[in-house]
Design a protein around this ligand. Structure first.
Ligand code: PEP
Length: 253
């Protein structure tokens, strides 16, 4: 179902205690200040997930993980499976974040296996795509995004694809303070919807939530979220401050 979503990716920030305090603060602000029907997802480190899920029980807030392995169990030192995440109350998993692609060498084939595992377990995959600055400047961005989406997601059947959320995150805008203009972001979001429609159909494309990520802040969230094909945001830095995060949540209409 197409839905407005704001998801806060905490990356490798906050101790367990700090995470619990921030989730409690965000929970209170969402309860007191957010009147819309968009979805709020908090994505802390693995360590904080079980207590995060307990802290949001009985609220509309959902918990996400930043990564997962594609197998359910096995000799994969240092990894965590989707079934393990599901067992502690995680309902969303970010796959393909540019930091995973860039620093951990995750390629489209690996990400396709991970995305498949997430949706097979009935969780939502927040699948990230986006071009580097060099790819934007050399005008390769449509090709790069088409490749990331077709290789990463188009192995899913129609039913599986219902659990997909796509996040367009231009790499040059992540954590840099540079933001795509609302028009630049809208252009790519409309393109993503077009290729999803060509692969599946119009109905599925219209039902897919497509988020923008890259230096979203309270000051620019409204103009970005107003675009017709932008269904919310994946937020990094600003998700670590409860006040900023709730103001971005409130920009969802
Ligand atoms: C992100 O990490 O997904 C992100 C968009 O980060 P930031 O908001 O800090 O640019």
């Amino acid at each position: 179902m197409r839905q407005k979503i704001v998801a806060g990716n905490w990356k490798m920030h906050k101790s367990l205690e700090e995470s619990q305090a921030l989730i409690t603060e965000i929970r209170g602000l969402v309860r007191d200040e957010y009147r819309g029907d968009g979805k709020v997802v908090i994505v802390p480190t693995f360590l904080a997930l079980p207590s995060a899920a307990r802290l949001v029980e009985g609220t509309e807030i959902e918990i996400g993980a930043q990564n997962a392995h594609y197998e359910d169990q096995g000799a994969f030192t240092g990894e965590i499976s989707v079934s393990m995440l599901k067992a502690v109350g995680v309902t969303n998993v970010i796959i393909g974040h540019s930091e995973r692609r860039q620093y951990f060498g995750e390629n489209n084939a690996l990400l396709a296996a991970k995305a498949k595992s997430v949706v097979r377990h009935g969780l939502k995959v927040i699948f990230c795509v986006g071009e580097t600055l060099e790819q934007r400047e050399s005008k390769q961005y449509f090709r790069v995004i088409e490749e990331q989406i077709s290789q990463g997601l188009f192995g899913l059947d129609r039913k599986e694809f219902a659990n997909v959320v796509i996040a367009y995150e231009p790499v040059w805008a992540i954590g840099t303070g540079l933001t795509a203009t609302p028009e630049q972001a809208q252009e790519i979001h409309a393109y993503i919807r077009k290729i999803v429609s060509a692969q599946y159909n119009d109905e599925i494309a219209n039902e897919t939530s497509i988020l923008y990520g890259g230096s979203v802040k309270p000051e620019n969230a409204t103009s970005i979220f107003m675009q017709p094909d932008i269904d919310g945001g994946l937020i990094g830095g600003a998700a670590l401050k409860a006040r900023d995060f709730i103001d971005i949540v409130k920009a969802m209409r």
